[in-house]
Design a protein around this ligand. Structure first.
Ligand code: ZN
Length: 293
């Protein structure tokens, strides 16, 4: 679990004696990049960061190129929800529905979780490279925080606990990490219970916020045989491109496209997942209309 802070990655760890499985991810660089491109306020950026960290562990077994995990949540709270995608090659992207929830109702000192509300309606979809749905899970998490969301999602496979942390520096996310504990087949329930307590009382989250090295985690978790598997690189990356944006315009109806030509000005298209802006010129729209003939 020794990771440089600029190297986003995910790794599995295993405790052979007690048969406990751990999933760890550091997505600090990706979280900073996305918080900036979306113009997130600090509390929103920390919330988005925890969601990105959770996505990196939820998709740890995603390995086929082109395979994609899409995680969404609708929240009752002011953050509105989130949409995050992880690809088989480790590319991660995503956004909150509302990047500046505190501007809607300024409340100094408000904790990020107040933006989430009492319930999250979640959906996890795993897609093959050809776009076919491989599996889909719909669920509810209470309260609607990233922690309960990912605990609920990962619990569909095995009993689990989840810790997500995002520390702040200079108005944005600094250290953004996730650790999940899973009880695998024939694992020690007693050991699981003991380590689960460290997740529940905040010990694990507090540790992740300053030091997530393997020796520290072994000591804090009281598991001296904890070993890590191969590290998987995670990096910001979006699948959007000008071609894809133009292709989405080509799907629009003729009256809608014609409406876009009044007034005759370039239009801006913003990718909702990564915040990248594209400029579509009236000439490009005219060409799309000509191709429709
Ligand atoms: Zn994009």
């Amino acid at each position: 679990m020794v990771l440089a802070r600029t190297n986003d990655s995910a790794v599995e760890a295993f405790c052979p004696k007690e048969r406990l499985r751990f999933l760890y991810a550091d997505v600090s660089a990706t979280a900073r990049r996305l918080a900036e491109s979306h113009g997130c306020t600090e509390p929103a950026s920390l919330l988005l960061g925890r969601v990105l960290a959770g996505a990196a562990i939820a998709g740890i077994d995603l390995v086929e190129p082109g395979e994609r995990l899409v995680l969404s949540a609708d929240l009752a709270g002011r953050a509105g929800g989130w949409l995050v995608e992880l690809e088989g090659d480790g590319r991660l992207r995503g956004a909150l529905h509302e990047n500046a929830p505190d501007t809607l109702d300024p409340a100094p000192g408000t904790a990020p979780d107040d933006f989430c509300g009492p319930v999250a309606t979640g959906k996890s979809t795993r897609l093959r490279a050809d776009g076919e749905v491989r599996s889909q899970v719909a669920f509810q998490a209470r309260p609607g925080t990233p922690e309960t969301y990912f605990a609920e999602l990962l619990s569909t496979m095995a009993p689990c606990r989840v810790a997500l942390v995002a520390t702040a520096y200079d108005g944005g996310p600094d250290r953004v990490r996730a650790l999940a504990l899973q009880l695998v087949h024939e694992g020690s329930r007693r050991a699981f219970k003991r380590v689960a307590k460290l997740f529940e009382d905040g010990t694990v989250a507090d540790t992740l916020a300053y030091d997530a090295t393997l020796p520290t985690m072994r000591e804090v978790l009281g598991l001296d045989d904890l070993v890590t598997g191969p590290t998987r690189a995670i990096a910001f990356g979006c699948s959007c491109s000008e071609e894809r944006v133009l292709a989405s315009y080509a799907d629009l109806s003729r009256p809608v496209l014609e409406g876009m030509l009044r007034p005759l000005r370039p239009r801006e298209f913003r990718c909702h997942l990564c915040g990248r802006r594209y400029t579509i010129t009236p000439e490009q729209i005219v060409r799309i209309l000509q191709r429709k003939d």
